[in-house]
Design a protein around this ligand. Structure first.
Ligand code: GLV
Ligand code: MN
Ligand code: MN
Length: 422
């Protein structure tokens, strides 16, 4: 991606409406908030649907044209008359869904800024070299339906990486909830964008780690995004009465799963086979205090920037699940929830982000992302640039996730100025 100068109002005169942005962030933070202050806006749930409807309402009220594709992605464009569908698109976006008990900024910040950028461009009557399109990718997190990056995979045309009949952790199908969100599983292929139609993708996100805060920089220029493999292991034993089944006559899949959890942790902690390895979810059935479990499902999240190391860690995880199950007389089955490869940001877009930060007087640093983002999926069809702002205390995927207002506004300004440079 090359950058250059094009006629438009001077960049220094262009600014987003910071108060409007902060107000929207606050209002969306209330959608799906639970009693402990966290957000339970898991993809395709009632609160996600409410947030999506609100996003479309905000876009319409701003005079923009919103639509939903077959994958459930929300696309917001300039209105007919102003839009230039003949130009390749500059996609700007992120996601509205959250993890279970997540924060208010992961994803929502990026899409609300994307909306703000489109609104600003329309209000200032700016002509860009590319047609700006704000995108809310469906089910980025994979919290309920374990197909993270669902929407970006469909938009990038990677249908072969998605199950034909996706189900949630309890086996309930996605088909109905997707239709309620305006999507259509039978027409999923129509969500793919034709080759060459996306000039670039920009995503603004909270860092979700401690690096910017510790370094005192306001802007992170993302160089690379980590690779990730999510495995789903099902361990089956023999359910029975906790009081009457002698210890030597039972096959307890939960006890086996616990051994697996520690062994998975050790893949990174001791063996250093990949950068990080996590079991974040256990589904125990029937999950009853006085019943030996019948079966247990574990998620195994492996991350590394090197695909070969990731493949090695996956094989090690599969081997340890099989051997622990065999030792305990249980049965185990491992399937792939998702594999997302590491991705490099485009050098030209990185330079445009760094120049925009410098122009606006913000210290910046180049850094990799240890979290996954839709940008890494879109990298297969278009160059991407990604901007981070500091996370207070370096925490994310928790209710305490936060970023200073001034940093939220600074990130939005850098994104606007980057888009104007292209
Ligand atoms: C996305 O939030 C991830 O798990 O990295
Ligand atoms: Mn997240
Ligand atoms: Mn995110």
């Amino acid at each position: 991606m090359t950058t250059g100068s094009i006629a438009h109002p001077p960049r220094e005169k262009m600014a987003i409406d910071g108060a409007r942005l902060l107000d929207r962030i606050e209002r969306f933070a209330a959608i799906g908030r639970n009693a402990t202050g966290g957000l339970d806006r898991v993809a395709f749930g009632d609160d996600d649907l409410r947030a999506r409807a609100e996003f479309l309402r905000e876009a319409a009220a701003a005079g923009l044209a919103g639509s939903v594709d077959a994958a459930g992605n929300i696309l917001v464009r300039r209105p007919p008359g102003l839009a230039r569908p003949d130009l390749p698109a500059l996609l700007v976006g992120s996601h509205l869904d959250t993890v279970v008990n997540g924060g208010r900024l992961d994803g929502a910040y990026g899409v609300l800024v994307a909306l703000e950028i489109l609104q600003t461009v329309v209000e200032h009557g700016v002509e860009l070299s590319y047609e700006p399109v704000a995108v809310v990718f469906a089910n980025e997190e994979g919290a309920r339906f374990p197909q993270p990056f669902w929407g970006s995979r469909a938009l990038a045309g990677h249908l072969d990486e998605l199950p034909a009949e996706p189900c949630d952790h309890d086996g309930a199908p996605l088909r109905g909830p997707l239709a309620r969100a305006g999507g259509d599983l039978d027409r999923l292929a129509t969500a793919a964008w034709p080759p060459g139609s996306v000039a670039a993708y920009l995503e603004l996100h909270v860092e979700q780690g401690p690096v910017l805060e510790a370094g005192g920089e306001r802007i992170g220029v993302v160089s690379d995004i980590t690779g990730r493999t999510l495995l789903i292991a099902v361990v089956r034993g023999g359910a029975g009465h906790a009081g009457t089944t002698p210890m030597d006559l039972r096959c307890d899949p939960l006890a086996a799963a616990c051994r697996m959890v520690l062994a998975i942790e050790s893949l990174s902690r001791e063996q250093r086979l990949c950068r990080v390895s996590t079991v974040g979810r256990l589904d125990v059935r029937p999950n009853s205090p006085n019943t030996i479990a019948r079966d247990v499902t574990l998620t195994i999240d492996l991350r590394d920037g090197d695909p070969a190391r990731l493949a090695g860690a996956e094989q090690a995880a599969r081997d340890l699940v099989a051997s622990i199950a065999a030792e305990r007389g249980a049965e185990a089955e491992v399937s792939v929830g998702t594999r997302s490869g590491p991705a490099h940001a485009d050098a030209g877009l990185m330079a445009a982000i760094a120049e925009s930060a410098a122009e606006l007087g913000h210290a910046h640093r180049t850094m990799p992302s240890g979290a996954g983002h839709d940008a890494q999926i879109i990298s297969s069809i278009a160059p991407f640039g990604m901007i981070f702002v500091p996370s207070v205390g370096g925490v994310s995927h928790v209710p305490e996730e936060d970023t200073a207002d001034a940093d939220l506004i600074a990130g939005a300004e850098v994104l606007l100025h980057t888009a104007l440079r292209l």
